[in-house]
Each structure stands twice: as structure tokens, then as C-alpha cells.
Design a binder for this molecule. Structure first.
Ligand code: SAM
Length: 290
């Protein structure tokens, strides 16, 4: 099996020059050039020879080489057509990689799991394009596609939000949306110098482990997610005001006060201190009684 060789700035620059590649900011292109970080990602995802990996945005194939050296198979979805000849070149030594030229948001992940892994779960691993981190993460979880874990590089600020606890500044709608589906494990922090071009912000790798059995479930998930959005839309307002003003919901303040009382919560409470279980209790009471 070939050894990965792209975790090195000089080699990456040589490849980029050979193909006359110009970075496209609109695609969030910051390529990893640090072998410790690349190995750290593959280790954090605990990739082994049984795994079929879905990689989002292979770039010039740096992480792909490390994944292909450890996994049974790697499926990499890349939106930028200009990278395809480069990937052909950098991945020529691996025969277990399939490149799909598509937008990940328009890609049928269930179909990939069906074709490539007999419908069994994939591991998603990526250095994500930062301009669409949240839509990608939500797509991975919301559609119920077979995915066992998601190990991704994101902006440090996003990693903090995903791992946040109730009452902290970083706690928000995305925290709750992700923690409904998965446990969140911070892995490593990564400085701008590990990428070309260097991003303006610090980054971090996180691993999200999809629950086989969710610790908190809501019978009325649609209401749960609307309550979450409503209360963080107007963060400084009380939960009652945030939820009553949210246009996607049509409960009166009295309905919401009754649901809070039922969950043992004061009517002055703000959403930013409520746990996922408390949101779910309120959502289910509203779904059944109002
Ligand atoms: N994995 C490479 C690495 O670590 O060096 C590249 C990571 S770079 C941060 C993000 C990659 O995602 C780029 O190659 C970019 O072209 C690609 N990308 C951006 N938007 C995408 C989308 N909607 N679907 C698939 N790939 C996308």
C-alpha cells in the first residue's frame, strides 16, 4: 500500500504549481499541509480496514491519501471540477478511492451507503468548507442517512458552539440541534499555519458520534426544533416571549406558560439556560395539549 505524501507544504505547492491551480475563495478552499493534523484526524475517527469513509471536499487529496491508506474504501465528494485532474494524479497510487464531482448538499448519501457498503453506516471525515459547515452537518443528521460518526475540521468557534453546555455564551440553536442526534467530542485545536492559504481563524477537529439510541427524544420533533429556533432568535428574551413570537409556531403565551409549569420550569426562564431534555418536555406537552 502506498504511503501518503501530501502532508507537507512543499509537496502540496509543487502539485498546485504543476496544475496551475488557483484557489477559489467561494468554495472555502484551505488545504491541509500538516501531517500531524492529517494523522490526528484519521486517528480520531479510528479508521480501520473495515470502514467505508465518505469524505466531503477532498481538495488536492491530502486527507484522502491518509484515509485511503487506512480504510477499505473512500468516497470523496468534491464540487470544484478544476480539482479532478489533480485528484487523478495525487490518488493514482490508491485503487480504493472514488471521486464524485458534486455538491455535497445535493448528494444522496443513503444511495452511496447502499452502493458502497450494503447500506451499512459510513464514517464521514472532512476538513469542511467553512462557508457551509452548518448546513452540511445538519444534512448529515436530519435526513437519517446511515452515518455512524462525523469527524470534521471546523472553525474553533463552531466547535465551541457544538460542544457547549446550557447557560454558556456559546450555547445556541446549533448546539441543541446537533446534540439531539450525537454526542460531541472535541479532538484537537489547529492553528492557521497548518493550511494553505492560512484561514483568518483558528480551527478545531471534533468528532460527533451518532446515538444509536438518543438519550433525549421528542415525540414532536418539529415543535422541538421550532421552539429551539424561536428562543435563540431572540436570545435575550424569555422563552415565553421567544416562542410566542416565532412565526413558525402559533401558541399563546398561556399555552407556553402551562407547558413550562408542566416541565417544572419558571415562566421567567430564558431558552439559553434550558437543557435539551427541558426543551423536549415543553415541546411534547405543547404537541399533546395545545
Ligand atoms: N480536504 C482538503 C484538505 O484538507 O486539504 C480540502 C479541504 S477545503 C477546506 C474544502 C474543500 O471542499 C475544497 O476542496 C472545496 O472545493 C470543497 N467544497 C466546497 N464546497 C463544497 C460542496 N458544496 N460540496 C463538495 N465539496 C465542496
Amino acid at each position: 500500500m502506498a504511503e501518503p505524501y501530501l502532508g507537507n507544504p512543499l509537496r502540496c505547492e509543487t502539485v498546485l504549481r504543476k496544475f496551475g491551480f488557483s484557489f477559489r475563495k467561494k468554495f472555502g478552499q484551505n488545504f491541509l499541509i500538516d501531517s500531524d493534523v492529517l494523522e490526528g484526524i484519521v486517528d480520531a475517527a479510528a479508521v480501520d480496514e473495515e470502514d467505508v469513509v465518505l469524505e466531503i471536499g477532498p481538495g488536492i487529496g491530502s486527507l484522502t491519501q491518509y484515509l485511503a491508506s487506512r480504510a477499505r474504501r473512500v468516497i470523496s465528494v468534491e464540487i470544484d471540477r478544476a480539482l479532478l485532474p489533480i485528484l487523478d494524479y495525487t490518488l493514482a497510487d490508491w485503487d480504493n478511492v472514488r471521486i464524485i464531482n458534486n455538491d455535497i448538499l445535493k448528494t444522496d448519501i443513503r444511495a452511496i451507503a447502499g452502493e458502497e457498503n450494503g447500506g451499512r453506516p459510513l464514517k464521514v471525515i472532512a476538513n469542511l468548507p467553512y462557508y457551509i459547515t452548518t448546513p452540511i452537518i445538519m444534512k448529515l443528521f436530519e435526513n437519517g442517512a446511515p452515518i455512524s460518526s462525523v469527524t470534521v475540521m471546523v472553525q474553533k468557534e463552531v466547535a465551541d458552539r457544538l460542544a457547549a453546555k446550557p447557560g454558556s455564551k456559546a450555547y445556541g440553536a446549533i448546539t441543541l440541534a446537533v446534540q439531539y442526534y450525537a454526542s460531541v467530542e472535541p479532538v484537537i485545536e489547529v492553528g492557521p499555519e497548518s493550511f494553505i492559504p492560512a484561514p483568518k481563524v483558528s480551527s478545531a477537529v471534533i468528532r460527533l458520534n451518532r446515538y444509536e439510541e438518543k438519550p433525549v427524544t421528542a415525540a414532536h420533533e418539529d415543535i422541538l426544533f421550532k421552539l429551539i429556533r424561536g428562543s435563540f432568535n431572540q436570545r435575550r428574551k424569555t422563552f415565553v416571549n421567544g416562542a410566542a413570537n416565532f412565526e413558525g409556531l402559533s401558541y399563546t403565551k398561556d399555552d407556553i406558560r402551562a407547558a413550562l409549569a408542566h416541565a417544572g420550569l419558571p415562566e421567567s426562564i430564558r431558552g439559553e439556560v434550558m437543557s435539551l431534555a427541558e426543551f423536549a418536555a415543553v415541546a411534547d406537552y405543547l404537541g399533546e395539549n395545545s
